[in-house]
Design a protein around this ligand. Structure first.
Ligand code: ADP
Ligand code: MG
Length: 615
């Protein structure tokens, strides 16, 4: 079996890992794989340049200021989401790229007149992580464990799975991030412990309470907010700075995409610095032009200012923690360990709030940026048998049910049910000779179906004519270990499995995924062609240079018709390079010039030489 990598596909940063082997105690040794630039995490940013190139990671981040409309960040927040959700609307207002509705209402991204689904963009990040691992390991990688926030619903998980498929990666398991963090933290813990995993990243907040005992990871409760993270902290700072600037200069920096992007970078940098110092300088020269010339933004910022601006955001995480504790039936004192995950937990005010809530110092043994990916690699090693199996008892984040009479939501699988799980329900017809039964599956906690998230509509078809209430069709709802729902139906009368035609409420169809996979392969081919062409051009330029040098030095030693032939060859190749000729023509022309130059060499040295030795 090939190697299985672990990928933390983060909103802001992604991280890839692999289990290299085991130590003397049989514990996995995990390597965090550095990218080409030597960094252990890679920004989850994809950019499209005017030249048609696709950039991923640090290179994409670096050019964001000059190419804001075509630089997509935080796409994870759009995965499996509808465009009309208030949170998506908020994101639409705050990012510099365009978010548009797809025909089914899903939030898509529009770049350079091309519509792209969030899974497609995510697949580019996954592909980059895959390539980082392949370069490091020197072998092809086909399988991965990918993590998602525990709070991700079925549509969001499905979207993540689609992203893997488009990237040519089989996602062997979709693992909840807090469970992964617990895995990284607690494999060697033999005595039973209850741990709280507090994960505040760039775009999502997760809190989970788990119990670890003898290799069994039991998720007691999980909660959080898929739309609360470091970016919200940045936005607070951006708004504050932009409001002040507007008051003084009458210019709204948020209206200009370039200024907004620069402001965002400066705000995030200031936030980072305030984690280690009490005060920092914000300095953005030439951020705008006023009536009297260029305007600059200069300001000192104190840690306390940031803390005041973001107090309620931190409080929201604490409220979510309390709700989850309550659900788990635990008090703060019951928690043995608090594990901090996510870059935002470097903020002192966050650490303090967590310490006050749990009445103890958070565990410092794990790196908050890498711990999730480390756990993913461990899960991969457990699945391939490289290390002992670990038992992960994850739970469903939200109830799954169906719509029944009067638009009521009837729960079939309540939230916090351990997965995998299966629940069956018998459906029948409500009219005589009814040929099909429509079923609407939803996910959420509200009492009315309309207030919950629609996952899919099913139609049980081909029901033979019968009086109402007579047909009995058993429908099984299965949530697998990835938290993804599948449905199967059996006609109890005939014991035959019933056909289920699915119209997912969101996401990509299999046909769409397939076509994106093909497109990705074409892109790869086009990429390879482009690279080959660039290399050939480079070689050709070198050949032209060395030939011209040789002609200059030795032309008078050669027969004039040879010299003319070589000169012609050089001229033709030059024209080809300038006119953007295709690979094959350049290659032919290159080859014939190369031959001609060999003849020069031959004429100079080879006259008396044995021909056999020269070839
Ligand atoms: P995600 O899991 O969403 O990809 P990360 O765990 O990488 O996110 O966290 C990214 C967030 O952490 C960003 O909002 C970033 O600004 C913030 N962050 C990173 N380092 C620091 C720091 N030293 N102080 C405060 N915030 C930080
Ligand atoms: Mg994260």
């Amino acid at each position: 079996m090939g190697k299985v990598i672990g990928i933390d596909l983060g909103t802001t940063n992604s991280c890839v890992t692999i289990v290299d082997g085991t130590n003397a105690k049989g514990e996995p040794e995990v390597t965090v794989i550095p990218n080409a630039e030597g960094a252990r995490t890679t920004p989850s940013i994809v950019a499209f340049t005017a030249k048609g190139e696709r950039l991923v990671g640090q290179v994409a981040k670096r050019q964001a200021t000059t190419n804001p409309e075509n630089t997509v960040h935080a796409v994870k927040r759009l995965m499996g989401q509808k465009v009309d959700l208030p949170e998506v609307q908020k994101q639409t207002a705050s990012v510099s790229y365009e978010i548009v509705p797809h025909t089914n209402g899903d939030a898509w991204v529009k770049v350079q007149d091309r519509l792209m689904s969030p899974p497609e963009i995510s697949s580019m990040i996954l592909l980059q992580m895959k390539e980082i691992a392949e370069t490091y390991l020197g072998e092809k990688i086909e399988e991965a464990i990918v993590t998602v926030p525990a709070y991700f619903d079925d549509a969001q998980r499905q979207a993540t799975k689609d992203a893997g498929a488009i990237a040519g990666l089989t996602i062997k398991r979709i693992l909840n991030e807090p469970t992964a963090a617990a895995l990284a933290y607690g494999l060697d813990k033999r005595q039973a412990e209850k741990i709280a995993v507090y994960d505040l990243g760039g775009g999502t907040f997760d809190i989970s309470v788990l119990e670890i005992a003898g290799g069994v990871f039991n998720v007691k409760a999980t909660g959080g907010d898929t739309h609360l993270g470091g970016e919200d902290f940045d936005v607070r700072l951006i708004d504050k700075l932009a409001d002040e600037f507007k008051k003084v200069h009458g210019v709204d920096l948020r209206k200009d995409r370039m200024s907004l992007q620069r402001l965002r970078e400066a705000a995030e940098k200031a936030k980072h610095e305030l984690s280690s110092s009490l005060q920092t300088e914000i300095n953005i020269p030439f951020i705008a032009t006023g009536p009297t010339g260029p305007l600059h933004l200069e300001r000192a910022l104190k840690r306390s200012e940031l803390e005041i601006l973001t107090k309620d955001l931190i409080q929201r995480t604490i409220d979510a923690c309390q709700a989850v504790m309550k659900e788990a039936g635990l008090s703060q004192r019951d928690i043995d360990q608090v594990v901090l995950v996510g870059g935002m937990t470097r903020m002192p005010a966050v650490q303090k709030a967590v310490r006050v809530l749990f009445g103890k110092d958070p565990n410092k043994g794990v790196n908050p940026d890498e711990v999730v990916a480390v756990g993913a690699a461990i899960q991969g090693a457990a699945l391939t048998g490289q290390i002992d199996e670990v038992l992960l008892l994850d739970v469903t984040p939200l109830s799954i049910g169906v719509e029944t009479g009067g638009g009521v939501f009837t729960r079939l699988i309540p939230r916090s049910t351990t997965v995998p799980t299966e629940k069956s329900e018998v459906f029948t017809t409500s009219m005589d000779n009814q040929p099909f039964v429509p079923i609407h599956v939803l996910q959420g906690e509200r009492e009315m179906a309309g207030d919950n998230r629609s996952l899919a509509r099913f139609e049980l078809t081909g029901i033979p004519p019968a009086p109402r209430g007579v047909p009995k069709i058993k429908v099984s709802f299965r949530v697998d270990a990835n938290g993804i729902l599948s449905v199967q139906a059996t006609d109890l009368g005939t014991n035959r499995s019933q056909s289920v035609s699915v119209t997912p409420a969101s996401g990509l169809s299999q046909a769409e995924v397939d076509s994106l996979v093909r497109e990705g392969e074409q892109f790869k081919e086009a990429d390879e062609l482009r690279r080959e062409l660039a290399e050939l051009k480079n070689q050709a330029e070198t050949l032209i240079y060395t030939t011209e040098q040789a002609l200059e030095a030795y032309a008078d030693l050669l027969p004039p018709e040879k010299v003319d032939g070589v000169r012609d060859g050089v001229a033709t190749l030059k024209v080809m390079l300038e006119s953007g000729a295709d690979l094959a023509s350049i290659r032919d022309c290159y080859a014939s010039l190369e031959n001609a130059t060999y003849e020069i060499a031959e004429a100079m040295y080879g006259g008396e030489n044995d021909k056999g030795a020269a070839s």
